[in-house]
Ligand binder design. Structure first.
Ligand SMILES: C[S@@+](CC[C@H](N)C(=O)[O-])C[C@H]1O[C@@H](n2cnc3c(N)ncnc32)[C@H](O)[C@@H]1O
Length: 255
């Protein structure tokens, strides 16, 4: 399990209710620039605690949001959040197995994913699936963590991953772009947002250097709190060295 309750409690404390990745609502706004979601049907791959999905329905007026995830306890938490927000009829969570998306062709106006594809190794197969379930004219918008050529051999990356409580499957920006093109996406773009993640990550490190560390330790225990701090610092080093390259991915299904 990549996201036991101690980890989700720790991330939520930093990034806000229902949020399981850096940046929270501000980052979602950045990702959706220029996109009108009103009345649309959205698939969110890797919905975590469901905060993003609630936001897509409540703030961005998506008609229906289907969040999928592979961890049953996250699906339960996400459903509870949607119910608390009075959105359970429009924000639906579904437990899936990794691999083929369990939806018919041309089912969604938008396929969204925030910092979840970094756990999915077969990106070419994933992008083919995303294109299949998009309606003609629909957008794929994701943020993913990619890495530089040679990052697999980087000592900075090894040091970070040895502290991390999660396991990752990275690819490079050029391989991701090729895979989007090969899958058949129109208007494919990969945009480096390293500076934004550096800033967001620094906020996490700074918070964990201060009183938040004790607050976190009181909730999740000293070991997890210290692990979270070490992992945030390791991630910062990988961002600063240029090995970790977080990117926005976009592509469109034309027909
Ligand atoms: C860093 S969390 C991000 C959660 C959410 N998108 C957010 O930003 O708050 C990554 C999520 O991806 C999920 N995940 C990992 N592999 C997956 C897969 N193959 N299909 C769907 N979800 C997956 C994890 O269980 C986790 O909830």
């Amino acid at each position: 399990m990549n996201y036991p309750t101690e980890v989700t409690d720790a991330v939520e404390l930093i990034w806000g209710e229902g949020m399981l990745s850096p940046g929270g609502p501000e980052k979602v706004a950045q990702m959706l620039k220029g996109i009108d979601l009103s009345g649309s049907r959205v698939l969110d791959i890797g919905s975590g605690l469901g905060g993003v999905d609630v936001l897509l329905a409540a703030k961005y007026r998506a008609a229906t949001v289907i969040g999928i995830d592979i961890e049953p306890h996250l699906i339960k938490s996400a459903r509870d959040l949607a119910a608390r927000k009075g959105l359970a009829s429009r924000v639906i969570f579904q437990l899936v197995a990794p691999g083929r998306l369990p939806f018919a062709d041309a089912s969604f106006d938008l396929v969204f994913s925030k910092e979840a594809m970094l756990h999915i190794a077969d990106k070419p197969a994933l992008y083919v699936e995303v294109l299949r379930v998009l309606k003609p004219g629909g957008w794929f918008i994701a943020s993913d963590w990619l890495w530089s050529e040679g990052a697999a051999e980087s000592g900075v990356v090894h040091a970070w991953l040895s502290e991390s409580l999660s396991t990752f499957a990275f690819t490079t920006p050029s391989a991701a772009l090729d895979a989007l093109i090969d899958a058949g996406f129109a208007e494919p773009t990969i945009t480096d947002f390293r500076h934004e993640l550096q800033e967001a990550n620094r906020k996490e490190v700074t918070l964990l250097e201060g009183p938040a560390r004790q607050k976190l330790a009181a909730i999740v225990g000293t070991e997890v709190a210290e692990g979270r701090f070490a992992s945030a610092k390791g991630r910062q080093a990988a961002l600063d060295s240029g090995d970790l390259i977080p990117c926005y991915l976009r592509g469109r299904r034309l027909s």
